[in-house]
Design a protein around this ligand. Sequence first.
Ligand code: FMN
Ligand code: SF4
Length: 484
Amino acid sequence: MWRPPQRIQFEPKPGRIPTASEAAASRLFSPVRVGALELEQRTWVPAMVPWRASDDGYVTDDVVDWYSRFARGRPGAIVIEATGIRDVPSGPLLRIGHDRFLPGLERLTNAVREASGGHTKLLIQIIDFLSIRRRPERNKFFQQFLRVTDAHREALGASGMSEADVREKLAMFSDERLERILSPREMEALRHGHRERVTDVEFAHIRDLPNMLPDLFASAALRAKIAGFDGVELHYAHAYTMASFLSRTNTREDGYGGSLEGRARLPLEVISAVRETVGADYTLGCRFLAEECIEGGSTVEDACHFGVAFARAGLDFLSTSRGGKFDDAKQPGVGQAAYPYTGPSGYECMPQYISDEQGPFGRNVKATAAIRRAVRDAGFATPVVCTGGVHNFDMAEGMLADGVCDIVGSARQSLADPDWTLKLSRGAGASVRLCEFTNYCEGLDQKHKAVTCQLWDKIDVKSPGVKLTADGKRRLVPPEWTPV
Ligand SMILES: Cc1cc2nc3c(=O)[nH]c(=O)nc-3n(C[C@H](O)[C@H](O)[C@H](O)COP(=O)(O)O)c2cc1C
Ligand code: SF4
Protein backbone atom coordinates (compact mmCIF):
# COMPACT_ATOMS: atom_id res chain seq x y z
CA MET A 1 0.00 0.00 0.00
CA TRP A 2 1.07 3.58 -0.64
CA ARG A 3 2.37 5.57 2.35
CA PRO A 4 3.27 9.25 2.68
CA PRO A 5 6.98 9.80 2.03
CA GLN A 6 7.47 11.48 5.44
CA ARG A 7 7.21 8.04 7.08
CA ILE A 8 6.31 9.47 10.52
CA GLN A 9 5.16 6.76 12.91
CA PHE A 10 2.04 7.29 15.02
CA GLU A 11 0.88 5.26 17.95
CA PRO A 12 -2.76 4.91 18.96
CA LYS A 13 -3.38 5.94 22.56
CA PRO A 14 -6.15 4.83 24.91
CA GLY A 15 -6.67 8.44 26.06
CA ARG A 16 -8.59 9.20 29.22
CA ILE A 17 -10.65 6.22 30.33
CA PRO A 18 -14.11 7.27 31.52
CA THR A 19 -15.82 5.67 34.49
CA ALA A 20 -19.15 4.01 33.77
CA SER A 21 -21.01 7.03 35.11
CA GLU A 22 -18.90 9.47 33.07
CA ALA A 23 -19.65 7.37 30.00
CA ALA A 24 -23.35 7.34 30.80
CA ALA A 25 -23.35 11.15 30.98
CA SER A 26 -21.32 11.57 27.79
CA ARG A 27 -22.45 12.67 24.37
CA LEU A 28 -21.11 9.45 22.82
CA PHE A 29 -23.46 7.32 24.88
CA SER A 30 -26.49 9.56 24.43
CA PRO A 31 -29.28 8.63 22.00
CA VAL A 32 -29.74 10.18 18.59
CA ARG A 33 -32.61 10.16 16.11
CA VAL A 34 -31.81 8.99 12.58
CA GLY A 35 -34.97 9.35 10.54
CA ALA A 36 -37.47 6.87 11.87
CA LEU A 37 -34.90 5.24 14.15
CA GLU A 38 -33.51 6.12 17.49
CA LEU A 39 -29.96 4.90 18.08
CA GLU A 40 -29.30 4.21 21.75
CA GLN A 41 -25.82 5.68 21.41
CA ARG A 42 -23.80 7.59 18.86
CA THR A 43 -21.46 4.73 18.00
CA TRP A 44 -21.54 3.34 14.48
CA VAL A 45 -19.73 0.48 12.74
CA PRO A 46 -19.37 1.54 9.09
CA ALA A 47 -19.50 -0.90 6.21
CA MET A 48 -16.54 -3.30 5.94
CA VAL A 49 -16.39 -6.17 3.46
CA PRO A 50 -15.12 -9.23 5.38
CA TRP A 51 -15.18 -11.65 2.40
CA ARG A 52 -17.45 -14.19 3.99
CA ALA A 53 -20.33 -14.36 1.49
CA SER A 54 -20.71 -17.41 -0.77
CA ASP A 55 -19.27 -17.31 -4.29
CA ASP A 56 -22.70 -16.45 -5.59
CA GLY A 57 -23.38 -13.66 -3.10
CA TYR A 58 -25.49 -15.39 -0.44
CA VAL A 59 -25.33 -14.90 3.30
CA THR A 60 -23.35 -17.78 4.84
CA ASP A 61 -22.97 -19.01 8.43
CA ASP A 62 -19.69 -17.07 8.51
CA VAL A 63 -21.48 -13.84 7.55
CA VAL A 64 -24.02 -14.42 10.31
CA ASP A 65 -21.28 -15.23 12.86
CA TRP A 66 -19.31 -12.13 11.86
CA TYR A 67 -22.07 -9.59 12.28
CA SER A 68 -23.49 -11.33 15.35
CA ARG A 69 -20.09 -10.89 16.96
CA PHE A 70 -20.11 -7.14 16.24
CA ALA A 71 -23.68 -6.99 17.54
CA ARG A 72 -22.64 -8.45 20.90
CA GLY A 73 -20.62 -5.24 21.35
CA ARG A 74 -23.95 -3.35 21.11
CA PRO A 75 -22.91 -0.31 19.07
CA GLY A 76 -25.65 2.19 18.17
CA ALA A 77 -25.67 0.94 14.57
CA ILE A 78 -23.91 -1.52 12.30
CA VAL A 79 -23.85 -1.04 8.54
CA ILE A 80 -23.57 -4.32 6.64
CA GLU A 81 -20.87 -4.37 3.96
CA ALA A 82 -21.30 -3.03 0.41
CA THR A 83 -23.96 -5.33 -1.09
CA GLY A 84 -24.49 -5.52 -4.86
CA ILE A 85 -27.85 -4.39 -6.28
CA ARG A 86 -27.59 -6.16 -9.63
CA ASP A 87 -28.45 -9.75 -10.36
CA VAL A 88 -25.08 -10.50 -11.93
CA PRO A 89 -22.23 -12.73 -10.76
CA SER A 90 -19.80 -10.67 -8.68
CA GLY A 91 -17.75 -13.24 -6.78
CA PRO A 92 -18.03 -13.55 -3.00
CA LEU A 93 -19.62 -10.13 -2.49
CA LEU A 94 -22.95 -10.03 -0.72
CA ARG A 95 -25.86 -9.45 -3.09
CA ILE A 96 -29.40 -8.11 -2.85
CA GLY A 97 -30.31 -7.94 -6.55
CA HIS A 98 -33.02 -10.66 -6.48
CA ASP A 99 -35.66 -12.00 -4.09
CA ARG A 100 -33.78 -15.29 -3.80
CA PHE A 101 -31.29 -13.47 -1.53
CA LEU A 102 -34.06 -12.58 0.93
CA PRO A 103 -34.07 -15.67 3.17
CA GLY A 104 -30.33 -15.32 3.90
CA LEU A 105 -30.61 -11.59 4.55
CA GLU A 106 -33.60 -12.19 6.84
CA ARG A 107 -31.59 -14.74 8.77
CA LEU A 108 -28.86 -12.12 9.16
CA THR A 109 -31.15 -9.39 10.49
CA ASN A 110 -32.75 -11.81 12.96
CA ALA A 111 -29.37 -13.04 14.18
CA VAL A 112 -28.02 -9.51 14.70
CA ARG A 113 -31.16 -8.37 16.52
CA GLU A 114 -30.92 -11.35 18.85
CA ALA A 115 -27.16 -10.99 19.41
CA SER A 116 -27.45 -7.33 20.40
CA GLY A 117 -30.52 -7.95 22.54
CA GLY A 118 -32.31 -5.49 20.27
CA HIS A 119 -29.92 -2.67 21.23
CA THR A 120 -28.21 -2.22 17.86
CA LYS A 121 -29.85 -0.94 14.69
CA LEU A 122 -28.85 -2.72 11.50
CA LEU A 123 -28.46 -0.98 8.16
CA ILE A 124 -27.16 -2.29 4.85
CA GLN A 125 -24.97 -0.47 2.36
CA ILE A 126 -26.15 -0.99 -1.22
CA ILE A 127 -23.77 -0.55 -4.11
CA ASP A 128 -23.48 -0.47 -7.86
CA PHE A 129 -20.11 -0.85 -9.55
CA LEU A 130 -18.93 -1.00 -13.13
CA SER A 131 -16.81 -3.75 -14.59
CA ILE A 132 -13.07 -3.90 -14.23
CA ARG A 133 -10.83 -6.47 -15.90
CA ARG A 134 -7.66 -7.98 -14.55
CA ARG A 135 -4.35 -6.75 -15.92
CA PRO A 136 -3.79 -8.91 -19.00
CA GLU A 137 -0.67 -10.71 -20.08
CA ARG A 138 0.99 -8.50 -22.65
CA ASN A 139 0.72 -10.98 -25.52
CA LYS A 140 -2.88 -11.76 -24.74
CA PHE A 141 -3.69 -8.06 -24.73
CA PHE A 142 -2.33 -7.59 -28.24
CA GLN A 143 -3.65 -10.89 -29.57
CA GLN A 144 -7.16 -10.77 -28.10
CA PHE A 145 -8.18 -7.67 -26.15
CA LEU A 146 -7.04 -4.68 -28.18
CA ARG A 147 -9.64 -3.56 -30.69
CA VAL A 148 -7.55 -2.76 -33.77
CA THR A 149 -8.68 0.43 -35.50
CA ASP A 150 -7.62 2.58 -38.42
CA ALA A 151 -6.11 5.00 -35.89
CA HIS A 152 -3.51 2.31 -35.11
CA ARG A 153 -2.81 1.71 -38.80
CA GLU A 154 -2.47 5.42 -39.34
CA ALA A 155 -0.04 5.78 -36.43
CA LEU A 156 1.97 2.92 -37.89
CA GLY A 157 1.92 4.59 -41.30
CA ALA A 158 0.44 1.42 -42.82
CA SER A 159 -3.13 2.04 -43.89
CA GLY A 160 -3.68 -1.33 -45.58
CA MET A 161 -2.05 -3.50 -42.92
CA SER A 162 -3.97 -6.63 -41.87
CA GLU A 163 -5.32 -6.84 -38.34
CA ALA A 164 -3.02 -9.76 -37.54
CA ASP A 165 0.03 -7.79 -38.67
CA VAL A 166 -0.98 -4.73 -36.63
CA ARG A 167 -1.30 -6.92 -33.54
CA GLU A 168 2.04 -8.58 -34.13
CA LYS A 169 3.83 -5.30 -34.73
CA LEU A 170 2.39 -3.53 -31.69
CA ALA A 171 3.27 -6.46 -29.44
CA MET A 172 6.94 -5.91 -30.27
CA PHE A 173 7.03 -2.21 -29.36
CA SER A 174 8.31 -0.74 -26.11
CA ASP A 175 5.83 1.03 -23.81
CA GLU A 176 7.42 4.34 -24.75
CA ARG A 177 6.70 3.77 -28.39
CA LEU A 178 3.24 2.39 -27.69
CA GLU A 179 2.36 5.59 -25.85
CA ARG A 180 2.59 7.39 -29.18
CA ILE A 181 0.27 4.90 -30.89
CA LEU A 182 -2.29 3.69 -28.36
CA SER A 183 -4.84 5.97 -26.70
CA PRO A 184 -4.49 6.67 -22.95
CA ARG A 185 -7.40 4.28 -22.28
CA GLU A 186 -5.73 1.55 -24.34
CA MET A 187 -2.49 2.08 -22.44
CA GLU A 188 -4.43 1.87 -19.19
CA ALA A 189 -6.06 -1.38 -20.35
CA LEU A 190 -2.60 -2.79 -21.08
CA ARG A 191 -0.97 -1.63 -17.87
CA HIS A 192 -3.83 -1.95 -15.36
CA GLY A 193 -6.65 -3.87 -17.08
CA HIS A 194 -9.67 -2.34 -18.79
CA ARG A 195 -11.94 -0.36 -16.48
CA GLU A 196 -15.36 1.01 -17.41
CA ARG A 197 -16.17 4.61 -16.57
CA VAL A 198 -19.48 6.45 -16.28
CA THR A 199 -18.25 8.68 -19.08
CA ASP A 200 -18.06 5.79 -21.61
CA VAL A 201 -21.36 6.94 -23.10
CA GLU A 202 -20.56 5.38 -26.47
CA PHE A 203 -21.73 2.11 -24.86
CA ALA A 204 -25.50 1.77 -24.42
CA HIS A 205 -25.27 0.11 -20.99
CA ILE A 206 -23.23 3.07 -19.65
CA ARG A 207 -25.31 5.69 -21.42
CA ASP A 208 -28.43 4.10 -19.89
CA LEU A 209 -27.20 4.09 -16.30
CA PRO A 210 -29.48 7.02 -15.39
CA ASN A 211 -32.47 5.01 -16.68
CA MET A 212 -31.54 1.77 -14.95
CA LEU A 213 -30.07 2.67 -11.59
CA PRO A 214 -33.00 4.37 -9.82
CA ASP A 215 -35.13 1.20 -10.18
CA LEU A 216 -32.26 -1.13 -9.29
CA PHE A 217 -31.49 0.81 -6.10
CA ALA A 218 -35.18 1.11 -5.26
CA SER A 219 -35.82 -2.65 -5.64
CA ALA A 220 -32.74 -3.47 -3.58
CA ALA A 221 -33.79 -1.05 -0.84
CA LEU A 222 -37.26 -2.56 -0.75
CA ARG A 223 -35.71 -6.01 -0.32
CA ALA A 224 -33.63 -4.64 2.54
CA LYS A 225 -36.79 -3.37 4.20
CA ILE A 226 -38.57 -6.71 3.67
CA ALA A 227 -35.55 -8.60 5.04
CA GLY A 228 -35.83 -6.62 8.29
CA PHE A 229 -33.00 -4.11 8.00
CA ASP A 230 -33.67 -0.94 9.98
CA GLY A 231 -32.38 1.25 7.19
CA VAL A 232 -30.39 1.54 3.97
CA GLU A 233 -27.17 3.36 3.19
CA LEU A 234 -26.70 4.24 -0.48
CA HIS A 235 -23.03 3.77 -1.40
CA TYR A 236 -22.08 7.06 -3.06
CA ALA A 237 -18.42 6.87 -1.96
CA HIS A 238 -15.05 5.63 -3.18
CA ALA A 239 -14.47 4.17 -6.65
CA TYR A 240 -17.94 3.01 -7.56
CA THR A 241 -20.69 4.10 -9.94
CA MET A 242 -22.51 6.71 -7.89
CA ALA A 243 -19.32 8.34 -6.61
CA SER A 244 -18.16 8.48 -10.21
CA PHE A 245 -21.27 10.43 -11.14
CA LEU A 246 -20.59 12.89 -8.31
CA SER A 247 -16.94 13.25 -9.27
CA ARG A 248 -15.44 16.32 -10.92
CA THR A 249 -14.02 13.83 -13.41
CA ASN A 250 -17.56 13.15 -14.65
CA THR A 251 -17.70 15.06 -17.92
CA ARG A 252 -20.90 13.50 -19.29
CA GLU A 253 -22.75 15.94 -21.52
CA ASP A 254 -26.23 14.43 -21.27
CA GLY A 255 -27.28 16.40 -18.19
CA TYR A 256 -25.74 13.83 -15.80
CA GLY A 257 -22.27 15.32 -15.52
CA GLY A 258 -20.27 18.53 -15.74
CA SER A 259 -21.81 21.06 -13.35
CA LEU A 260 -22.44 20.32 -9.68
CA GLU A 261 -26.15 20.05 -10.49
CA GLY A 262 -25.49 17.67 -13.38
CA ARG A 263 -23.23 15.43 -11.28
CA ALA A 264 -25.76 15.32 -8.43
CA ARG A 265 -28.71 14.64 -10.74
CA LEU A 266 -28.58 10.82 -10.85
CA PRO A 267 -27.74 10.47 -7.12
CA LEU A 268 -30.81 12.65 -6.40
CA GLU A 269 -32.98 10.67 -8.82
CA VAL A 270 -31.89 7.48 -7.06
CA ILE A 271 -32.80 8.97 -3.67
CA SER A 272 -36.19 9.99 -4.95
CA ALA A 273 -36.92 6.55 -6.48
CA VAL A 274 -35.79 4.74 -3.34
CA ARG A 275 -37.79 7.03 -1.07
CA GLU A 276 -40.90 6.56 -3.12
CA THR A 277 -40.48 2.79 -2.87
CA VAL A 278 -39.56 2.37 0.81
CA GLY A 279 -41.81 5.13 2.15
CA ALA A 280 -41.21 8.22 4.25
CA ASP A 281 -40.92 6.28 7.50
CA TYR A 282 -37.95 4.12 6.50
CA THR A 283 -34.43 5.26 7.36
CA LEU A 284 -32.42 6.12 4.27
CA GLY A 285 -29.02 7.77 4.08
CA CYS A 286 -25.89 7.74 1.99
CA ARG A 287 -22.15 7.50 2.33
CA PHE A 288 -20.25 9.95 0.17
CA LEU A 289 -16.82 11.48 -0.10
CA ALA A 290 -15.93 14.58 1.87
CA GLU A 291 -12.99 14.88 -0.54
CA GLU A 292 -11.95 12.70 -3.46
CA CYS A 293 -8.26 13.29 -2.79
CA ILE A 294 -7.21 12.90 -6.44
CA GLU A 295 -5.87 15.40 -8.90
CA GLY A 296 -8.81 17.19 -10.49
CA GLY A 297 -11.26 15.45 -8.15
CA SER A 298 -14.15 16.82 -6.12
CA THR A 299 -13.31 19.08 -3.21
CA VAL A 300 -14.91 19.71 0.15
CA GLU A 301 -16.81 22.64 -1.40
CA ASP A 302 -18.40 20.20 -3.83
CA ALA A 303 -19.18 17.84 -0.95
CA CYS A 304 -20.85 20.69 0.99
CA HIS A 305 -23.08 21.31 -2.02
CA PHE A 306 -23.93 17.59 -2.29
CA GLY A 307 -24.52 17.25 1.46
CA VAL A 308 -27.04 20.10 1.40
CA ALA A 309 -28.72 18.69 -1.73
CA PHE A 310 -29.02 15.22 -0.13
CA ALA A 311 -30.40 16.68 3.08
CA ARG A 312 -32.92 18.71 1.08
CA ALA A 313 -33.89 15.54 -0.78
CA GLY A 314 -34.87 14.03 2.56
CA LEU A 315 -32.00 11.70 3.45
CA ASP A 316 -32.05 10.74 7.12
CA PHE A 317 -28.28 10.66 7.58
CA LEU A 318 -25.07 11.57 5.79
CA SER A 319 -21.98 9.47 6.37
CA THR A 320 -18.63 10.66 5.07
CA SER A 321 -15.52 8.90 3.85
CA ARG A 322 -12.62 10.16 1.77
CA GLY A 323 -10.53 9.03 -1.21
CA GLY A 324 -10.44 5.38 -2.25
CA LYS A 325 -10.26 5.95 -6.02
CA PHE A 326 -9.01 3.94 -8.99
CA ASP A 327 -7.50 7.06 -10.55
CA ASP A 328 -4.26 6.83 -8.54
CA ALA A 329 -4.28 3.11 -7.74
CA LYS A 330 -1.07 1.10 -7.98
CA GLN A 331 -0.44 -0.96 -11.08
CA PRO A 332 -1.69 -4.49 -10.31
CA GLY A 333 0.32 -7.62 -11.05
CA VAL A 334 -0.50 -9.54 -14.24
CA GLY A 335 -3.73 -11.46 -13.65
CA GLN A 336 -4.77 -9.12 -10.78
CA ALA A 337 -7.34 -6.34 -10.86
CA ALA A 338 -6.52 -2.76 -9.86
CA TYR A 339 -7.61 -1.95 -6.34
CA PRO A 340 -8.78 1.53 -5.38
CA TYR A 341 -7.09 1.61 -1.95
CA THR A 342 -3.48 1.29 -3.10
CA GLY A 343 -2.61 4.88 -4.01
CA PRO A 344 -2.54 8.20 -2.13
CA SER A 345 -6.36 8.49 -2.24
CA GLY A 346 -6.55 4.96 -0.84
CA TYR A 347 -4.31 6.09 1.99
CA GLU A 348 -6.74 8.90 2.76
CA CYS A 349 -9.53 6.35 2.98
CA MET A 350 -7.77 3.94 5.33
CA PRO A 351 -4.69 5.72 6.65
CA GLN A 352 -1.99 3.61 8.20
CA TYR A 353 0.17 4.34 11.27
CA ILE A 354 3.12 5.33 9.04
CA SER A 355 1.99 8.76 7.96
CA ASP A 356 2.74 12.43 7.35
CA GLU A 357 2.60 15.34 9.83
CA GLN A 358 -1.18 15.13 9.92
CA GLY A 359 -1.16 11.50 11.05
CA PRO A 360 -3.74 8.79 10.49
CA PHE A 361 -6.25 9.82 13.16
CA GLY A 362 -9.15 12.07 12.17
CA ARG A 363 -8.09 12.94 8.63
CA ASN A 364 -11.74 13.45 7.67
CA VAL A 365 -12.65 15.64 10.65
CA LYS A 366 -12.09 19.05 9.09
CA ALA A 367 -13.92 18.31 5.85
CA THR A 368 -16.82 16.59 7.61
CA ALA A 369 -17.19 19.54 10.00
CA ALA A 370 -17.45 21.84 6.96
CA ILE A 371 -20.14 19.64 5.39
CA ARG A 372 -22.15 19.50 8.62
CA ARG A 373 -21.88 23.28 8.99
CA ALA A 374 -23.15 23.79 5.42
CA VAL A 375 -26.05 21.41 6.06
CA ARG A 376 -26.97 23.21 9.31
CA ASP A 377 -26.61 26.64 7.67
CA ALA A 378 -29.06 25.50 5.00
CA GLY A 379 -31.55 24.73 7.79
CA PHE A 380 -31.33 20.93 7.96
CA ALA A 381 -30.80 18.90 11.13
CA THR A 382 -29.71 15.74 9.24
CA PRO A 383 -27.31 13.75 11.42
CA VAL A 384 -23.78 13.36 10.07
CA VAL A 385 -21.53 10.34 10.66
CA CYS A 386 -17.76 10.90 10.61
CA THR A 387 -15.30 7.99 10.36
CA GLY A 388 -11.53 7.71 10.15
CA GLY A 389 -8.93 6.76 12.73
CA VAL A 390 -11.23 6.99 15.75
CA HIS A 391 -9.94 4.70 18.48
CA ASN A 392 -10.57 6.22 21.89
CA PHE A 393 -13.24 7.91 23.98
CA ASP A 394 -11.59 11.36 24.07
CA MET A 395 -11.39 11.55 20.32
CA ALA A 396 -14.98 10.42 19.76
CA GLU A 397 -16.37 12.68 22.47
CA GLY A 398 -14.29 15.61 21.19
CA MET A 399 -15.70 15.21 17.66
CA LEU A 400 -19.24 15.37 19.03
CA ALA A 401 -18.45 18.30 21.33
CA ASP A 402 -16.79 20.23 18.49
CA GLY A 403 -19.78 19.80 16.18
CA VAL A 404 -17.81 17.71 13.66
CA CYS A 405 -20.56 15.11 13.56
CA ASP A 406 -23.56 13.68 15.39
CA ILE A 407 -22.46 10.04 15.26
CA VAL A 408 -18.94 8.61 15.37
CA GLY A 409 -17.96 5.78 13.01
CA SER A 410 -15.11 3.41 13.79
CA ALA A 411 -14.30 0.64 11.33
CA ARG A 412 -10.89 -0.80 12.13
CA GLN A 413 -11.11 -0.06 15.87
CA SER A 414 -14.37 -2.06 15.91
CA LEU A 415 -12.66 -4.82 13.96
CA ALA A 416 -9.77 -4.87 16.46
CA ASP A 417 -12.22 -4.97 19.35
CA PRO A 418 -15.96 -5.19 18.64
CA ASP A 419 -16.61 -4.67 22.36
CA TRP A 420 -14.62 -1.46 22.59
CA THR A 421 -17.56 0.89 23.11
CA LEU A 422 -19.33 -1.60 25.38
CA LYS A 423 -16.17 -1.74 27.48
CA LEU A 424 -16.04 2.07 27.61
CA SER A 425 -19.69 2.25 28.64
CA ARG A 426 -19.02 -0.15 31.51
CA GLY A 427 -15.93 1.65 32.78
CA ALA A 428 -13.71 -1.14 31.42
CA GLY A 429 -11.96 1.03 28.83
CA ALA A 430 -8.53 -0.11 30.08
CA SER A 431 -9.18 -3.53 28.52
CA VAL A 432 -9.90 -2.19 25.01
CA ARG A 433 -7.73 -3.84 22.34
CA LEU A 434 -6.49 -0.75 20.52
CA CYS A 435 -6.23 -0.91 16.75
CA GLU A 436 -2.62 -0.35 15.67
CA PHE A 437 -3.60 0.89 12.21
CA THR A 438 -1.18 -1.52 10.52
CA ASN A 439 -3.67 -2.36 7.76
CA TYR A 440 -3.01 -6.09 8.01
CA CYS A 441 -6.81 -6.42 7.69
CA GLU A 442 -6.82 -4.24 4.61
CA GLY A 443 -4.09 -6.38 3.03
CA LEU A 444 -6.37 -9.41 3.41
CA ASP A 445 -9.27 -7.45 1.96
CA GLN A 446 -7.15 -6.57 -1.04
CA LYS A 447 -6.41 -10.25 -1.68
CA HIS A 448 -10.11 -11.08 -1.21
CA LYS A 449 -9.18 -13.26 1.77
CA ALA A 450 -11.31 -13.56 4.91
CA VAL A 451 -10.65 -10.33 6.80
CA THR A 452 -9.37 -10.79 10.35
CA CYS A 453 -7.28 -8.69 12.76
CA GLN A 454 -3.72 -9.49 13.72
CA LEU A 455 -4.53 -8.64 17.35
CA TRP A 456 -6.88 -11.59 17.77
CA ASP A 457 -6.74 -14.01 14.87
CA LYS A 458 -4.13 -16.30 16.43
CA ILE A 459 -5.70 -16.39 19.91
CA ASP A 460 -6.87 -19.85 21.05
CA VAL A 461 -6.84 -21.24 17.53
CA LYS A 462 -6.57 -24.76 18.93
CA SER A 463 -9.54 -24.47 21.28
CA PRO A 464 -12.52 -26.64 20.40
CA GLY A 465 -15.40 -24.81 18.73
CA VAL A 466 -13.25 -21.97 17.36
CA LYS A 467 -14.03 -21.58 13.65
CA LEU A 468 -10.95 -21.06 11.48
CA THR A 469 -10.12 -19.79 7.99
CA ALA A 470 -9.84 -22.39 5.21
CA ASP A 471 -6.08 -22.76 5.79
CA GLY A 472 -6.73 -23.51 9.48
CA LYS A 473 -4.43 -20.70 10.64
CA ARG A 474 -6.68 -17.84 11.72
CA ARG A 475 -9.82 -17.64 13.80
CA LEU A 476 -12.77 -16.12 11.96
CA VAL A 477 -14.30 -14.06 14.76
CA PRO A 478 -12.75 -12.24 17.71
CA PRO A 479 -12.69 -13.99 21.09
CA GLU A 480 -15.58 -13.21 23.42
CA TRP A 481 -15.28 -10.63 26.16
CA THR A 482 -16.61 -11.57 29.56
CA PRO A 483 -17.25 -8.48 31.67
CA VAL A 484 -15.88 -8.88 35.23
C1 FMN B 1 -11.56 -4.53 5.45
C2 FMN B 1 -12.27 -3.27 5.13
C3 FMN B 1 -13.37 -3.29 4.27
C4 FMN B 1 -14.06 -2.10 3.98
N1 FMN B 1 -15.20 -2.15 3.22
C5 FMN B 1 -15.95 -1.03 3.04
C6 FMN B 1 -17.23 -1.06 2.40
O1 FMN B 1 -17.75 -2.12 2.04
N2 FMN B 1 -17.89 0.11 2.23
C7 FMN B 1 -17.40 1.30 2.68
O2 FMN B 1 -18.04 2.34 2.50
N3 FMN B 1 -16.20 1.37 3.30
C8 FMN B 1 -15.49 0.24 3.52
N4 FMN B 1 -14.31 0.30 4.23
C9 FMN B 1 -13.86 1.62 4.76
C10 FMN B 1 -14.30 1.79 6.21
O3 FMN B 1 -15.71 1.80 6.33
C11 FMN B 1 -13.73 3.08 6.83
O4 FMN B 1 -14.23 4.18 6.12
C12 FMN B 1 -12.21 3.14 6.79
O5 FMN B 1 -11.68 1.92 7.26
C13 FMN B 1 -11.67 4.28 7.66
O6 FMN B 1 -12.21 4.21 8.96
P1 FMN B 1 -11.38 3.59 10.23
O7 FMN B 1 -10.16 4.43 10.38
O8 FMN B 1 -12.35 3.72 11.38
O9 FMN B 1 -11.05 2.19 9.90
C14 FMN B 1 -13.61 -0.87 4.53
C15 FMN B 1 -12.51 -0.87 5.39
C16 FMN B 1 -11.85 -2.04 5.69
C17 FMN B 1 -10.68 -1.99 6.64
S1 SF4 C 1 -5.38 -5.70 11.54
FE1 SF4 C 1 -6.33 -5.08 13.44
S2 SF4 C 1 -4.84 -3.71 14.37
FE2 SF4 C 1 -4.28 -3.85 12.22
S3 SF4 C 1 -5.37 -2.15 11.24
FE3 SF4 C 1 -6.69 -3.94 11.05
S4 SF4 C 1 -8.04 -3.81 12.82
FE4 SF4 C 1 -6.31 -2.47 13.25
